[in-house]
Design a protein around this ligand. Structure first.
Ligand SMILES: NC(=O)c1ccc[n+]([C@@H]2O[C@H](COP(=O)([O-])OP(=O)(O)OC[C@H]3O[C@@H](n4cnc5c(N)ncnc54)[C@H](O)[C@@H]3O)[C@@H](O)[C@H]2O)c1
Length: 246
């Protein structure tokens, strides 16, 4: 079978570990040139090294995607080297669990800036290139928490719900331009990464029969959205959960 993303330039944020790394590995196996973005260059290089060892093409770019100047520099560097971006995966995110009553406003801002503002900044920076090439595919990583807010995670839940609405609104906006660009999101339930290992909800979810997905399953969902397998699908939310609760 032909590889599904042959020659596509895929920019993935938060790609040093977890879901972002899983998506980078899967996309590289399907022929994409993967452009890994994140805050720590050394961790990104380790992930890129593994991809290259398996025959994939990977490059790394240091950036804090919640900062406008970093995002501008990142997208300038990527487009200077590769001439554009075909697939953007807005994956970088953080979670800090605490009741609102105990949450400093700075923590709320940090979560919103990392999980939501970064999606807006990255998308706004990459979109003009996609509009010019009349092709592009944007995948935002939301969360099951976007669909039903989780206690102890008001900021996280609100940031991910914002990502979902951003995706739906932008997808419809872009369609009107007849630009050939598609914007979709994935809302996974618990996924076996550092983020979930640190979660205070982990034991409760496991004990009450919740499913924990592998990063590979989420990456397969991203591959579906990034490839022609989902041709025509736009403004939609792919929910990856085994139970309709968390
Ligand atoms: N693990 C889960 O259970 C789960 C479930 C649903 C959604 N998600 C979402 O999936 C995405 C990936 O999560 P994960 O589980 O792989 O987490 P993770 O903590 O393992 O990885 C997150 C990555 O994002 C990077 N990152 C964080 N802030 C950044 C910033 N400002 N700039 C650049 N990079 C930054 C981190 O350095 C890390 O490499 C997140 O958006 C998360 O909210 C995770």
């Amino acid at each position: 079978m032909d590889r599904l993303l042959e020659g596509k330039r895929a920019l993935i944020t938060g790609a040093a570990q977890g879901i972002g790394k899983g998506i980078a590995e899967t996309f590289a196996k399907q022929g994409a040139v993967v452009l890994l973005a994140g805050r720590r260059l050394s961790a990104l290089e380790e992930a890129a090294c593994e991809i290259r060892k398996s025959g994939g093409r990977a490059e790394c770019f240091a950036a804090d995607v919640s900062k406008e100047e970093d995002v501008c520099r990142l997208v300038n560097d990527v487009t200077a080297r590769h001439g554009g971006v075909d697939i953007l995966v807005n994956n970088a995110g953080i979670s800090k669990e605490m009741p609102l009553l105990e949450m400093p406003v700075q923590v709320f801002d940090e979560i919103m800036n990392t999980n939501m503002r970064s999606v807006m900044l990255m998308t706004k920076a990459v979109l003009p290139y996609m509009v010019e090439q009349k092709e592009g595919n944007i995948i935002n990583i939301g969360s099951g928490a976007a669909l039903r807010g989780l206690p102890g995670s008001v900021a996280y839940s609100a940031s991910k719900a914002a990502v979902v609405c951003f995706t739906q609104a932008l997808g419809d906006e872009i369609r009107r331009l007849e630009s050939g660009i598609r914007v979709n999101a994935i809302c996974p339930g618990p996924v076996d990464t550092e983020m979930f290992k640190k979660s205070e909800r982990r034991e409760f979810i496991l004990q009450s029969g919740g499913d924990v997905f592998s990063t590979e399953t989420v990456a397969n969902g991203a591959l579906f959205l990034a490839s022609s397998m989902s041709g025509g699908m736009n403004s939609q939310i792919l929910v990856l959960r085994g139970i309709n609760r968390w």
